[in-house]
Design a protein around this ligand. Structure first.
Ligand SMILES: Cc1cc2nc3c(=O)[nH]c(=O)nc-3n(C[C@H](O)[C@H](O)[C@H](O)COP(=O)(O)OP(=O)(O)OC[C@H]3O[C@@H](n4cnc5c(N)ncnc54)[C@H](O)[C@@H]3O)c2cc1C
Ligand code: SF4
Length: 338
């Protein structure tokens, strides 16, 4: 096991103090529970001189959820989110996603802000320094090539594996941000800019979020829609404690025998969480083969899993499709009886 390097820990108690601490400590990193960042520091992936601890900022520890909308502070823990009665009642996909992240002890420490801003992952990156050094590193750190796609021309395909982002994407989630220039809101779809074959234009993979320098997440918000039912499911190698092989969130509205709304979001496959485009075209009739075949096609077109984990990319894409299809069917059946 590698020893942790020296770093200072700064403990602000207000949002303004966080902004000031970032300015006073160049090269610092924010830390929530540290369940991902500290692992990366131990592996020598990064060595910030100071960590700014977000967990003492009381105004970021609240959850407001009712049938219309949900707002969750960045310092809320995953366990608190998973167990909140109003979140479970009105946003089951969000509660389920939070309740299936890592293991129980991680969920007590891990925060919503840390999960939303989770670093992307790859078998050539989440390794010790000597392991990465023996491979001459790679594009995501100090190397010159991508070992997953050597012809990638500067693009890193490391996978986004956070479970909360797809769950919030089902409800048109957005983040409230703060930084040196003040506060602003941003749709989650614009926060994540990891490489996408669809738009191909934005992130190079090393930069997977559109945060400005020293900007950070205050809260995540989302809106409900009348009659929407939702769920989240994932597959992992060790069911009790593991990143997703793939994770899928589904929300739908059933009007009698008509699928009136369908939303599907996936994680663990692409360099960003993906809310599938084109699901509206599958609505308007019963949930039949047209819908399931159509969903399979959307997954085939938009889910791009590369060999960034020990599980092959084509398998992770299959898993994502199967999870989404099963969940859609389950929610459809449950909606008939509710
Ligand atoms: C064995 C194991 C299994 C895991 N399984 C899963 C899993 O199944 N699903 C999953 O999603 N994750 C998993 N994780 C990763 C991690 O535990 C969770 O994602 C957790 O939610 C991270 O939250 P944290 O507060 O601990 O983040 P930290 O480690 O504190 O921070 C993570 C990143 O977010 C940044 N950050 C923190 N707060 C903010 C903020 N407010 N604004 C901007 N940036 C911020 C940090 O600088 C850092 O880059 C696993 C980790 C381990 C060790
Ligand atoms: S996808 Fe390529 S550049 Fe990115 S972490 Fe993996 S090996 Fe490195």
């Amino acid at each position: 096991m590698d020893a942790l390097p020296e770093f200072e820990v700064v403990r602000p108690t207000t949002v303004e103090d966080v902004v000031a601490a970032r300015a006073a400590h160049p090269g610092s990193r924010l830390v929530g529970g540290g369940t991902d960042l500290v692992v990366n520091i131990r592996r020598g992936i990064e060595a910030p001189p100071a960590l700014i601890d977000m967990t003492g900022v009381d105004e970021l520890k609240t959850i407001d959820a009712d049938a219309d909308a949900i707002t969750v502070g960045a310092s809320v823990t995953l366990a608190e989110l998973a167990e909140h009665p109003d979140v479970r009642a009105h946003y089951p996909a969000i509660a389920a996603a939070a309740g299936e992240i890592a293991g129980p002890t991680h969920r007590v420490m891990g925060t919503v802000g840390g999960n939303i801003c989770l670093d992307t992952r790859c078998i050539f990156y989440n390794q010790s320094d000597w392991w990465r050094g023996s491979n001459n590193h790679c594009l995501k750190t100090t190397g010159e090539m991508c070992h997953v796609a050597p012809k990638s021309k500067g693009v890193c395909f490391a996978t986004f594996s956070g479970d909360l982002a797809p769950a919030f994407l089902l409800f048109d989630g957005e983040v409230e941000l703060a930084g040196p220039s003040g506060r602003r809101s941003l749709p989650l779809t614009e926060l994540y800019i990891g490489y996408s074959r669809q738009d191909g234009s934005t992130g190079d993979g090393k930069t997977y979020m559109s945060l400005e320098p020293d900007e950070f997440v205050l809260r995540v918000r989302a809106r409900n829609a009348p009659g929407l039912v939702s769920g989240y499911d994932k597959m992992r190698i060790r069911r009790s404690i593991e990143y997703p092989v793939a994770g899928a969130g589904v929300a739908l509205r059933r009007d009698g025998d008509t699928l009136a709304d369908l939303r599907v979001a996936i994680t663990g496959t692409n360099p960003r969480p993906v809310r599938l485009d084109g699901t509206e075209a599958l609505c308007g009739g019963p949930l039949d083969d047209r819908v399931t075949d159509g969903l399979d096609e959307l997954v085939r077109d938009q889910i791009m899993a590369m060999k960034t984990t020990f599980t092959p990319g084509h398998y992770r894409r299959r898993v994502a499709g199967v999870l989404a299809r099963r969940l859609m069917q389950r929610l459809w059946d449950e909606a008939a009886t509710s």
